[in-house]
Design a protein around this ligand. Structure first.
Ligand SMILES: C[S@@+](CC[C@H](N)C(=O)[O-])C[C@H]1O[C@@H](n2cnc3c(N)ncnc32)[C@H](O)[C@@H]1O
Length: 234
C-alpha cells in the first residue's frame, strides 16, 4: 500500500527512508538497532522532513503549565531521542529538572552532548514487563514525541506512564496517524478508554496535526499526519 509520495530531493529521500524503515512487527531488538544507527543523522532528517512534534508539544504544554510553574515543573521526556522535545521546552523557559528516558544509548549520548537539556538520562527499554526505575508520581509532566507505536512503546505501557505522573499532572503525547498504524491506534484508544472509565485519567485534547512534510513531485507538499493527545491524571 502506497500511503505517501516520496520527496523529490535525494537527501530528503534518505531521511524519508529512515522514517519509513521496514521492520518486523513486534521485534524490539530490530527497532532498537535502528535507533542506535539513526542517531547520527536523526536531527538532520527531522529538519529535512519538517518534523513538528516538538512545537506542537510545547504549545500544548503552554496551555497546561502556568508561567509561574515553569521553573518548578519536573518533566520526564519518554523516548527522548536526541532531545528535540526537551530542547524545545528549555527554549521556551521550562527550567525545572528534566529527565530523559530512552533505550538507545546513541540517542541519549546526543541528547546529553551539550549538558544543557536534561539533568538525568536513563537508558531503559520500557515494556509492560519492564517498568520504569522511577518512583510513583515523581513527575508533574510526562512528554513523549512519537514514541507510542506498534514497535516502540506499546499501548499497554500507558498505565506505567501515568504511574510516574503525579495526581493533577499531565501527559502529552504525539503519534503517527497513518493507515498502517490504525490497528495500533485502536489498541491505544481502547486502553485510553479503559483508563478514563476507571477514572484514572481525563482526556483534555485529541487532535490531528501535520507531523512531517516535504516537497514531492510537481512541487506539491506531502505530509504525514500525527495526533496530539493530552491527559490529566486524576
Ligand atoms: C521517533 S523517536 C522520537 C524521539 C523524540 N521523542 C523526538 O520527538 O524527536 C522514538 C524514540 O523512542 C525510543 N524508544 C522506542 N521504543 C522505546 C522503548 N520501548 N523504551 C525506551 N525508548 C524507546 C527510540 O530509541 C527513539 O529515540
Amino acid at each position: 500500500m502506497v500511503e505517501w509520495k516520496q520527496p523529490t530531493d535525494e537527501i530528503a529521500k534518505e531521511a524519508f527512508y529512515n522514517l519509513q524503515v521496514k521492520y518486523p512487527e513486534g521485534d524490539t531488538k530490530v527497532m532498537q538497532d535502528h535507533y542506535e544507527s539513526w542517531a547520527k543523522t536523526y536531527d538532520k532528517d527531522c529538519e529535512r522532513l519538517h518534523y513538528n512534534s516538538p512545537e506542537v508539544i510545547c504549545d500544548a504544554v503552554g496551555r497546561l503549565v502556568a508561567a509561574t510553574d515553569k521553573n518548578e515543573c519536573r518533566i520526564l521526556d519518554l523516548g527522548a531521542g536526541t532531545g528535540l522535545v526537551g530542547k524545545a521546552l528549555r527554549d521556551i523557559g521550562y527550567n525545572g529538572e528534566m529527565t530523559a528516558v530512552d533505550y538507545s544509548q546513541n540517542m541519549l549520548d546526543c541528547a546529553m552532548k551539550d549538558g544543557q537539556i536534561y539533568n538525568v538520562a536513563i537508558n531503559h527499554c520500557l515494556t509492560a514487563d519492564n517498568p520504569l526505575p522511577i518512583e510513583d508520581e515523581k513527575f508533574d509532566l510526562v512528554v513523549g514525541g512519537g514514541v507510542f507505536g506498534p514497535n516502540t512503546i506499546r499501548a499497554n505501557c500507558l498505565p506505567e506512564t501515568f504511574r510516574i505522573t503525579r495526581g493533577g499532572g499531565h501527559v502529552v503525547l504525539t503519534q503517527r496517524l497513518s493507515v498502517k498504524n490504525r490497528p495500533f491506534l485502536d489498541k491505544m484508544d481502547s486502553e485510553i478508554n479503559r483508563l478514563i472509565a476507571a477514572q484514572k485519567i481525563e482526556q483534555l485534547e485529541a487532535k490531528p496535526f501535520t507531523q512531517y512534510s516535504w516537497i514531492c513531485e510537481n512541487e506539491k507538499t506531502e505530509q504525514l499526519t500525527g495526533r496530539l493527545l493530552v491527559f490529566r491524571k486524576l
